[in-house]
Design a protein around this ligand. Structure first.
Ligand code: MSP
Length: 632
């Protein structure tokens, strides 16, 4: 029987831009998938997007887009991001995919047939941002969402309910019989506590909007978005469609999730699976939350950085190494750009980079090819023993998802490599012809250590590992190549550039520019009076024509109707808006701005837009207003 491994990430809401926090789960899952593949497992790694529900619908409405078009556009952003991050997912599920919709309906029907779904009335609170129902007893006096702290909406709806209460006992039994079902331990204990208090039935459909999967036997209802989303883990691997594939991969080996969605994964999802008679996932690992430079990730703070920006500045391998090395997986952690630099300079440039560079330089200065070992000497037992011990510890830590420990143990070996150079003093051996064989052994041992390091690092630092293999001219044959003295001697090596250039702290420019609350306060000198403001003539205008300006990729030429008068303006919005999408929109312009010429076109006024990262969002009016209306 081939060894099989199935690993998943949460599916992300499309209406939020991915940031380093959301990329974190996917990066970790990718590393685990790569590790398992290296260990010879037939691995399936799934990620995807969560596209139904009220939050996505509202975002689509405010962008004046059809929710499906909106979803198509935004899902592509995630697909592209993962590509750019070198994520090796085997599947990408979208909850608007036909096969998924059908699976959700079949699943819902099965639960209904089992007597686990009944019609009732929901009255309580709802967080649109988290798509979560809350009851009075969950809330404190300010009635904010316990997860995201945003205001809640009170809803009263006819809903279908899932008899979750029926599953309290079976779940308790499962938790007791499978102590590793939920990790880390403290997250498991939180779930156990909820279970011990008894589960209540939960609402699983909505009727006040229709952006979702229709309930198969009652089209007034759409399936509750969380219910729909959780089913992705089985729909994507062929449940009810491709039994061979499904039976191969299910149950999942691990669902990686963030701590805030543990209840859905560790209580509701298992109960849903029990209801339809499917085995439960083997493990749910709920990791902690990342802050950035000590602050909660939020757009307004300017720290919701697009991971691509970080990767462009520091390289994907360095960012991944830092995340896994510095943030203890499972706990909350802080992404600090300062600490990232420390890791790059100390661990990557100094320890690893130097070890590789020094070893290869000495080989190329003293030998034509990678030399063969012969004369065994002092410290050689130590380097061999430590390499073998490191490999053992590395496996143990990686299998337990203890990435910090796995990397720390590899770094102990790297540091020993540098120490071995200092102890064996190859530069002295090189000056003595009678020590040539000893020199060959020392350099061979170092190459062998480096090769082992490169294999162990390969799931985390894909490119670096490939580069090392190229430099020492060895074939990467997966896990089989791990072990002492498996390096092929007699091959040409390449010294080349150091693997990681040191970052010069004096010239270094941070890429995460936090908005400092102090600087946000308007200083008195820059305050304006109402008279200053009154000088601006702001008006409502309707776009009646829009076209691109040749050779100006950011600019669009717009013809506006402003109270019956036609005006031409040039606006730098072509990266966010297509000309067609603008026709008919009501916007706000500065009417009395001095005309200018841009790319040879007259611009008679300026439109207003909000900046959202590198995107722009047009300012508009609430409801229809006569064009030309003044704004005050
Ligand atoms: N769509 C649901 C999940 C459905 S899974 C069946 C959802 N989506 S989400 O877009 O809000 O993404 C949540 C996940 O993103 C978290 O569970 C976590 O894995 C990751 N993170 C988002 N922000 C994060 C941090 N600041 N830190 C670490 N991970 C975070 O919930």
């Amino acid at each position: 029987m081939p060894k099989v491994f199935y690993v998943t990430t949460p599916i992300y809401y499309i209406n939020s831009d991915p940031h380093i926090g959301s990329a974190y789960t996917t990066i970790v899952a990718d590393i685990v998938a790569r590790y398992k593949r290296m260990m010879g497992y037939d691995t399936f790694f799934l990620t995807g997007t969560d596209e139904h529900g009220q939050h996505v619908l509202r975002s689509a409405q405010s962008a004046q887009k059809d929710p499906k078009d909106f979803s198509d556009e935004l899902a592509t952003r995630f697909v592209n991001l993962w590509k750019e991050l070198g994520i090796s997912n085997d599947g990408f599920v979208r909850t608007t995919d036909d096969y998924h919709i059908k699976t959700v309906q079949d699943f819902f029907q099965k639960m209904y047939d089992k007597g686990d779904i009944y019609l009732g009335k929901y009255e309580g609170w709802y967080c649109v941002n988290c798509e979560t129902f809350w009851t009075d007893k969950d809330l404190n006096k300010d009635k904010l969402c316990p997860t995201c702290n945003r205001p809640l909406e009170h809803i009263e709806e006819e809903n279908y309910f899932f008899r979750l209460s029926r599953y309290t006992e079976p779940l308790l039994k499962h938790f007791k019989e499978h102590p590793d079902f939920v990790e880390p331990d403290f997250r498991r204990n939180e779930m156990l506590k909820i279970l011990e208090g008894g589960l209540e039935d939960v609402s699983v459909s909505r009727t006040s909007f229709n952006w979702g999967v229709p309930v198969p036997f009652d089209s007034k209802h759409v399936v509750y978005v969380w219910f729909d989303a959780l089913i992705n883990y089985v729909s994507a691997i062929g449940y009810g469609r491709d039994e061979k594939m499904f039976n191969k991969y299910w149950p999942a080996d691990v669902h990686f999730i963030g701590k805030e969605i543990n209840r859905f994964h560790s209580l509701i999802w298992p109960a849903m699976l029990m209801s339809v008679g499917l085995p439960l996932p083997k493990k749910i690992f709920a990791h902690g939350w990342l802050t950035v430079n000590g602050e909660k990730i939020s757009k307004s703070k300017g720290n919701a950085v697009d991971p691509r920006i970080l990767i462009k500045a520091y390289g994907i391998d360095a960012v991944k190494y830092y995340l896994l090395r510095d943030i203890q997986f499972g706990n909350d952690g802080d992404f600090s750009e300062d600490n990232l630099i420390v890791r790059i300079n100390a661990d990557l440039a100094n320890d690893l980079g130097n070890l590789v560079h020094r070893t290869l330089s000495m080989i190329s200065q003293n030998f034509d090819t990678l030399p063969t070992p012969s004369e065994v000497g002092k410290y050689d037992d130590e380097i061999e023993k430590l390499t073998l011990e490191t490999i053992k510890d590395y496996f143990r830590f990686m299998d337990e998802f203890k990435f910090t420990e796995a990397l720390t143990t590899v770094w102990k070996l790297i540091k020993f490599g540098n120490k071995y150079i200092d102890l064996t003093e190859p530069w002295l051996l090189a000056h003595d012809d009678s020590k040539r064989e000893r020199l060959a052994t020392v350099l061979y041992n170092l190459s062998d250590l480096i090769r082992n390091v490169a294999i162990m690092l390969s799931p985390v630092m894909v490119k670096t590992s490939e580069k090392i293999f190229e430099k020492i001219n060895q074939k990467f044959e997966g896990i089989e190549s791990l072990g002492w003295h498996k390096t092929v001697a007699g091959v040409n090596v390449t010294v080349g550039e150091p693997l990681f250039p040191r970052i010069d702290i004096k010239k270094w420019k941070k890429v995460i520019n936090m908005v400092n609350e102090e600087t946000q306060k308007v200083d008195e000198k820059s305050q304006v009076t109402i008279e200053d403001f009154a000088k601006l003539d702001l008006r409502v205008a309707r776009i009646i024509k829009a076209e691109r300006i040749p050779k100006a990729e950011k600019l669009l030429k717009l013809i506006l109707d402003v109270g019956g008068e036609n005006r031409q303006i040039v606006a730098g919005i072509a990266k966010t808006y297509t000309p067609e999408s603008l026709i008919g929109r009501e916007i706000i312009i500065i009417y009395n701005l001095k005309p200018v010429k841009l790319m040879g076109e007259e611009s008679n006024g300026m439109l207003l837009a909000a900046k959202d990262g590198d995107k722009l969002r047009l300012l508009t009016v609430d409801g229809q207003v006569e064009t030309g209306a003044k704004i005050s």
